[in-house]
Design a protein around this ligand. Structure first.
Ligand code: PMP
Length: 350
């Protein structure tokens, strides 16, 4: 701890991302996609004219934003891009949530949000999930300084319907409602079609999960022009070149290959449901999931010990050491083969 740090940084417990091990482990801990990105991504990287790297990239990232706008049926001016949705979220927290009234967050959601709040001095309050581990849309207060949650939520996996999100937006009109759709492609329902009706809705998305590009760092936000302009103001004060040339070209190639995208997400969803059944047969309780992970607990087993046992067998899953989630493991969906190894390992441990 240094006295040279500002008070917010002194107080800060930084977010600790899941381990990226050097050894060859079956990696089911950070919700990456087990399948490679679209073949066009490889072609772009192979054929990229390296001499272009002398130049700064397009400060507006127009080509990538156009591709995203086409994909989502919105105007280019309604799209913002950044280095992973984590960066987009950070900019959104700075642009919209530094208000006199507190931000409302579900008590269990993406654990980065409270980190941003502490870093940027944002006052926030949390609301318990409902009895079925769902984000309590009805109890999110309309007089908040903002509302943020993941839909489907992480690490619980449940996603609310678009109609339910519209219901929230009918009620909450005076602050920004940020819906983080990092996992929406695995069975959730996107709120993007609502952005024209509700100017206070900001939806964020990522190329890290359903597009298999976590290593690239590419994320985006879609919302009203008013909100996108707010994000641009903050962004231009930090780094007026949001996306590097390579990431932009790769992102466009990934968006073009719809067949690859569909095939990968279908495989992930099928494997998820098969894994759920197999876990249930082993006595696990598994929360419903519209994501590429399962949150699960076993009534007779200690989750921390299972985590260690799996690791000893070469399988890495996620165990959150928080009071609410201590009994659970979060397991990302890998290939069928990887999930067979997981189930075999659990059979020997339970
Ligand atoms: N939102 C949620 C809910 C996530 O789980 C993650 C991944 N950890 C992110 C956003 C960030 O994704 P990325 O920065 O890779 O786009």
């Amino acid at each position: 701890m240094s006295k040279l740090w500002s008070p917010a940084v002194r107080e800060l417990t930084p977010y600790v991302p899941g381990e990226q091990p050097r050894e060859q482990l079956i990696k089911l801990n950070t919700n990456e996609n087990p399948y490679p990105p679209a073949p066009g991504v490889g072609e772009v990287l192979r054929d990229f004219p390296t001499n272009h790297l002398r130049l700064y990239p397009d400060p507006d990232s127009s080509a990538l934003r156009e591709a995203l706008a086409r994909e989502h049926g919105v105007e280019v001016s309604q799209v913002f891009v950044g280095n992973g949705s984590d960066e987009v979220l950070a900019l959104a927290f700075q642009a919209f949530f530094c208000q006199s009234r507190p931000l409302s967050l579900p008590a269990i959601t993406y654990s980065f949000y409270p980190v941003y709040c502490r870093l940027y001095g944002i006052d926030y309050r949390t609301l318990a999930l409902d009895d079925a581990w769902r984000v309590p849309l009805e109890s999110l207060p309309a007089d908040s300084g903002g509302i943020a949650f993941a839909n489907p939520n992480a690490p619980t996996g449940h996603g609310h319907s678009r109609d339910a999100i519209a219901g929230l937006l009918e009620r909450v009109t005076d602050c920004v409602v940020l819906v983080d759709e990092a996992y929406v492609d695995f069975g959730g329902e996107s709120a993007v079609p609502l952005v024209d009706r509700y100017p206070n809705l900001l939806v964020t998305g990522t190329f890290s999960k359903s597009r298999s590009l976590a290593g690239l760092r590419l994320g985006y936000a879609i919302g009203s022009r008013e909100l996108i302009e707010g994000l641009e103001r903050v962004k231009n004060s930090f780094n007026s070149y949001p996306i590097d040339m390579l990431a932009s070209a790769v992102g466009i190639a990934a968006l073009q290959d719809k067949a690859h995208f569909e095939a990968c997400r279908e495989k992930v969803i099928t494997t998820r449901e098969r894994t759920r059944q197999r876990l249930e047969r082993l006595g696990f309780e598994v929360l419903p999931s519209q994501t590429n992970f399962l949150l699960t607990r076993h009534p007779g087993q200690d989750a921390a010990q299972l985590f260690v046992g799996l690791r000893e067998r070469g399988i890495l899953v996620r165990h959150f050491n928080t009071e609410a989630l201590r009994d659970f493991l979060r397991i990302s969906i890998g290939t069928e083969d990887e999930m067979n190894h997981l189930i075999e390992a659990l059979e020997s441990l339970c």
